[in-house]
Design a binder for this molecule. Sequence first.
Ligand code: LM2
Ligand code: CA
Length: 452
Amino acid sequence: AAVATSIDTTGVFVHLFEWSHSDVADECENFLAPMGYNGVQVSPPNEHITGSEWWTRYQPVTYNLTSRSGSPGEFQDMVDRCTAVGVDIVVDAVVNHMAAGGGGSGVAGTSYSNRQFPDYDQTDFHHTSDLDTNCAVTDYTNQQDVQECDLVGLPDLDTSSSKVQDTIAGYLNGLWDMGVKGFRIDAAKHQEASQMNGYISQLPDEALVFGEVIEGGNEAVKPEMYEPYMMVTEFDWAQDVAPNVISEGKLQYLSTVGESWGLIPSETAVIFTDNHDTQRGNAPLTYKDGEEYNMLNLFMLASTYGYPKVMSSYYFTDHDQGPPSAGANEDTCGNGSDWVCEHRWPGIAGLVNWRKTAVAGESGKPSMDNWASSDDGNTVAFSRGGAAFVVLNRAGNDVSGTYKTGLPAGDYCNVIVGSDKDCETVTVNGDGTVDVTTQSMTAVAIHTGALA
Ligand code: LM2
Ligand code: CA
């Protein structure tokens, strides 16, 4: 599970945050498969506490597949329909902890009490001399504190216990048997890596597993600790790249993004512009930033580093605000919708198949070649492996230029402008150059899979 997986990590996946299973299934068939996305991360599908806030999904009550997103039958239908069209399901697995508080009942009606659930009793949790209590995570310079105390009051499972490891493995293997191909392990930083391997090693080798580990300068727990066992989230990608999109003149510096910037190895990195936590926290750019956010996504998809995950959100103003309720027979991403659907933005969607073409027939990921940047550093152009070429223009004005594409001569479609529009033709000359005008804050992208 460390690197080689059944999901092709040279592709692109999308986090359809809080989407219902039936909407995800429709989206796989109607949009994700045709546009070339190869996976969807879904919100935690297991039984969670009641309440309207989005974060109720991060308080498990059981591993039964009843959640705000739908029933077990709807979950299986989604997995079947998405997998059938080549889009694999990645489950957000919340296994570091269970629901907080004195007790209550979950969305499927299962009752629980303080640190006692159908699957776990008090001894399955880290605890003080009193089985009812545990320390609180407070000191991120102390590994034991981070991994064995309760995170924001959430009872912390004793992941050193083989019973706990086997119970988690049972949940994940059950999902695998239903056709799920990947797992995001929530709060991986709060679990010791080799203990996590106690359940990861019980999964088929082909399972994609990535741990959520947020790196902090002086912290005791490092992403590197997880790399022997799984892929890892690289939160620094957005933190380091976004400032070069936000400030003018810095796009030129992005040719080297990767290990030389202090990022984890590309093959182990899951990258994203923002996620459901950082878009409510310290993300440098989110959908609320419009064009600059779009540009960050375009660079993420066109460049070589990591396995990119596109964030797809709903509009929110309040931190805790839960998802919009789905209207019957309504196109989730239609006009006036409460869902942002960043994954459908024309440039973002267009670059997914562009990336697929770029890596097709290559043994690894082709590097960025023919790199060119304008004198003001605002416009860059590069090719990927003789099949794909892009110009990114962060300037406040349209920019015309002549670039080497590395592509065969011919007429191509600019895939940035949207599949629903007539093809905007871009001609590669006999010498492999192209003369194009790239509009302000957008891109021109062509590939051998989209000829005019
Ligand atoms: C994660 N990764 O490590 C998730 O990505 C993140 O979204 C989760 O926090 C967290 N870890 C635990 O899975 C969210 C949310 C918290 C929320 C928790 C649990 O950001 O605010 O905490 O889910 O639902 C909420 C309250 C908090 C309270 C806690 C326990 O906001 O004030 O703490 O429930 O009742 C006393
Ligand atoms: Ca823990």
